[in-house]
Design a protein around this ligand. Structure first.
Ligand SMILES: C[S@@+](CC[C@H](N)C(=O)[O-])C[C@H]1O[C@@H](n2cnc3c(N)ncnc32)[C@H](O)[C@@H]1O
Length: 414
């Protein structure tokens, strides 16, 4: 009786010429082949396909990452260091992200400064502010992994844009949500949704009507903010293995989704063919978003139900106590429900979650609580440094971790 050939050998045989295309450097190809060699002893075909695909994607990603050379070694060491998974970077998020590897973050969730709404961050005019934000969004696009999500909380404000008139009369409603949507799209992101966060409380003074019950004097009170959701779909021309048989014998599919390269399996021995005898159609997006639909990753039914409609009521964080003191050491924290939504809906355990405008680091702590690696960048160390870290530990940690003390790792880029 002849011994059955290990399935990994079948994959490599069928994929050989395509592997040579993906790794034109022979040394790199050999390195890859060596890396998957251990699969020869594996007999579970499903497992072999998953592991082979993971290693292949990892190799392709490393080659892609090596094209970007401005990384900051100490920053990357800090991010990769195995610690408690609560990582705080003091610095400007633009500079910090410029030091990160491309496509190394699995989810971003944040709330930026709302133009000149807070005394601690101010811009000369609205255009300067939007230009700065555009640079940050551009860098975020590079750093966010492909086919991943950015959840961006922002409120429309009532202020002077300081472009044409600087007097109080120049104050107007400024639709930051709309401006950001346009910038995100121009920087390559795909707009997915605008969930309205109903705060239930009045956010601006715009409704003041001087007690005049006449036309043109009545404006509704503003009581919402946006939770904008964007996807990144970088058109990656690399070939990826068929999720059914693991082979790279795939052809470009004529009916690709916009901005995506999708594939059709051409391996006639593949385990799944359509009635019309067509091979499996897939893309890196489907591998990324559908590859782990297992019970252990399922989101609780109640949570899905809570977020089923795109208007959601969440009480804002109460930060002023009865004595008029700011209890959180920060003037604009967002409720933990926002990062909780982003993290549960758009990431898996052990993945990297980045909040580039860390503030009081709510996102980082919620990420940790949900078993992810939370990374927060914050410019204002004076305001959020040690004393507010103490506040954070006192106020948020006991609530999130049942009094377990979490180790916070810090890196100072200031
Ligand atoms: C609206 S607050 C974020 C609130 C945060 N979501 C929370 O729950 O605390 C915006 C934060 O971004 C910080 N910031 C502004 N510009 C920054 C930059 N270029 N890099 C890093 N942080 C910045 C501000 O100091 C402020 O803490």
């Amino acid at each position: 009786m002849t011994e059955k050939k290990p399935y990994i050998e079948t994959i490599i045989e069928i994929s050989r010429s395509y592997l040579e295309e993906s790794f034109p450097d022979k040394e790199r190809l050999d390195e890859f082949l060596q890396k998957v060699d251990f699969l020869k002893t594996d007999t579970n075909i499903k497992e072999i396909i998953i592991k082979f695909t993971e290693i292949y994607i990892d190799f392709i990603k490393k080659d892609y990452q090596s094209q970007y050379i401005n990384t900051n070694k100490s920053l990357i060491d800090f991010l990769e260091k195995n610690d408690d998974g609560v990582k705080i970077i003091w610095g400007n998020c633009l500079d910090a992200m410029r030091g990160m590897n491309s496509e190394s973050i699995h989810l971003m969730v944040t709330s930026p400064p709302y133009y000149n709404a807070r005394e601690y961050s101010q811009w000369k005019n609205l255009n300067d502010y939007l230009d700065d934000m555009r640079k940050i969004i551009r860098e975020a696009y590079r750093v966010l992994d492909n086919h991943r999500v950015f959840v961006f909380n922002v409120g429309d404000i009532f202020d002077n844009d300081n472009i044409t008139t600087k007097s109080t009369w120049g104050k107007r409603r400024i639709p930051l949500g709309a401006y950001f949507t346009k910038i995100f799209e121009e920087e390559g992101f795909t707009y997915v949704d605008d969930i309205i966060w109903d705060k239930g409380e009045v956010q601006s003074e715009r409704h003041k009507n001087g007690n005049k019950p006449y036309p043109f004097y009545q404006y509704p009170m503003n009581c919402y903010e946006h939770l904008l959701i964007f996807h990144k779909h970088r058109n990656d021309k690399n070939r990826y293995p068929c999720p059914v048989c693991g082979c790279l014998k795939v052809n470009g599919n004529a009916y690709s989704e916009m901005g995506l390269k999708s594939w059709e399996c051409k391996n006639l021995e593949c385990f799944e063919r359509s009635k019309a005898n067509r091979g499996k159609r897939f893309s890196l997006k489907t591998i990324t978003t559908q590859g782990r639909q297992e019970e252990k990753f399922a989101i609780e039914k109640e949570f899905i139900k809570k977020w089923r409609r795109d208007i959601i009521k969440i009480n804002p964080v109460i930060k002023i106590n009865s004595k008029g003191e700011n209890t959180l050491g920060h003037t604009a924290p967002f409720p933990s429900e926002i990062p909780e939504f982003a993290i549960k809906m758009f990431s898996y355990p052990d993945e990297y979650v980045l909040d580039p405008f860390g503030g009081s680091f709510t996102s980082v702590l919620v990420a940790k609580q949900l078993g992810r690696i939370g990374v927060g960048i914050e410019l204002n160390k004076e305001m959020f440094g040690k004393s507010s870290m103490q506040n954070l530990i006192k106020n948020l940690q006991p609530q999130l971790f049942n009094d377990k003390i979490i180790q916070i790792s810090e890196l100072d880029l200031l």
